[in-house]
Design a protein around this ligand. Structure first.
Ligand code: NDP
Ligand code: 8X3
Length: 265
């Protein structure tokens, strides 16, 4: 907890699921002195989450909800400069915003779905990283700060009906690994956390709002909760500065690959 004291943490996609859980987990782990910048498109959700966090942990944590569409490069470009000065010294960037659309096979995938997945999961994550890196690089000794990218088992184990989503997460992995190499002469830690099956709004988004199709994904399974992933995110951010938890893969116990899932009958 001490290692996170005084830090400013920026989370993308904090309005739901893993990002929301990360906000709570950082606040609970470092309730005395922490700043949280929570971003997503849905401001009403972010405001509620900010109020809930504040009610739970009090004034030691300052929470700033900010509307940000990571798929909009212009919004991302101006984002850091628009932050109030007390929130600008970002120490930890959690690149979590992401989504999947549909289960179509390659010939049938809608162009719109291809674009939104790449613009959010890949270009958005890259643009956010570019927006925040100058703050990290300005620190003494070549720079310091944490970039925590949320990848997926889908980036390592591509499956039928997920070609685009899997390709976006493979791209995240390649970008993460290359960036870690580029920043080898700094104290900037570039880390990736790859969840397996987590029950969030992810499948509701995948099935365009059809809750019954989303629920079927988790039928007979005991998926991870977003809090399970948030605990790992906060763990890696809280290690001694010289410790880089570069790469993590997290499954629920019934899962052993993207499509290897034991279901109760
Ligand atoms: P949720 O749908 O619950 O949350 C996704 C978050 O991303 C929301 O807060 C949403 O906010 C935000 N988001 C989506 N598009 C944008 C955008 N253009 N700009 C800003 N924010 C955006 O899903 P999860 O919590 O499961 O997903 C979080 C991450 O975890 C994603 O990167 C996903 O790929 C990854 N992941 C999920 C797994 C799972 O099984 N659930 C497994 C492995 C990885 P809003 O709509 O308000 O903008
Ligand atoms: C989410 C996991 O396997 O449903 O990234 O695509 S999967």
């Amino acid at each position: 907890a001490k290692r996170l004291e005084g830090k400013t943490v920026l989370i993308t996609g904090a309005s739901s699921g893993i990002g929301r859980s990360c906000a709570f987990e950082f606040a609970r782990t470092s309730p005395k002195d922490l700043k949280l910048v929570l971003t997503a498109r849905r401001m009403d959700r972010l405001r509620e989450i900010a109020a809930e966090i504040q009610a739970e942990v009090g004034d030691g944590v300052k929470v700033l909800p900010v509307e940000l569409d990571v798929a909009n490069p212009e919004q991302v470009r101006g984002f850091v400069a628009r932050l109030p000065e007390e929130f600008r010294g970002i120490d930890v960037l959690v690149n979590n915003a992401g989504l999947v659309k549909g289960v179509a096979r390659a010939p049938e995938i809608a162009e719109e779905d291809i674009n939104i997945m790449f613009q959010t999961n890949v270009t958005g994550l890259i643009n956010m990283t570019q927006a925040v890196l100058p703050i990290f690089k300005a620190r003494p000794g070549g720079g310091a700060g944490d970039i925590i990218n949320i990848g997926s088992i889908a980036g390592r184990d591509p499956y039928a009906g997920g070609s685009i989503y899997c390709a976006t997460k493979a791209a995240v992995r390649a970008f993460t690994d290359a960036l870690r190499k580029e920043l080898i002469d700094t104290r900037i830690r570039v880390m990736e956390i790859d969840p397996g099956q987590v029950e969030t709004e992810f499948s509701v988004v995948r099935f365009y709002g059809d809750k019954s199709k989303a629920d079927a994904v988790y039928a007979g399974c005991d998926p991870l909760t977003p809090d399970d992933i948030a605990e790992v995110v906060v763990f890696v951010a809280g290690r001694r500065q010289n410790v880089v938890v570069a790469d993590t893969l997290i499954f629920p116990s019934h899962q052993a690959a993207a499509g290897v899932m034991h279901r109760k009958q």
